[in-house]
Design a protein. Structure first.
Length: 57
């Protein structure tokens, strides 16, 4: 199990977050960070399956 930090909440960040959330046996913790916290929260809600934490950088 691994931890992953995804920086950026654009199109690529959304795809990476979704793929990581689809593989809980590989990624035990997922953090999505961006300048715009609301974008991170939207992605976490839509694709995160309750597994993505968010932060503003």
């Amino acid at each position: 199990m691994s931890k992953v930090l995804i920086i950026g909440a654009g199109g690529v960040g959304r795809v990476v977050a979704a793929k990581c959330a689809d593989n809980p046996e590989v990624f035990s913790e997922i953090m999505l960070a961006s300048r715009t916290l609301s974008k991170c929260e939207t992605i976490a809600r839509e694709v995160g399956k309750g597994r993505i934490q968010t932060s503003k950088v």
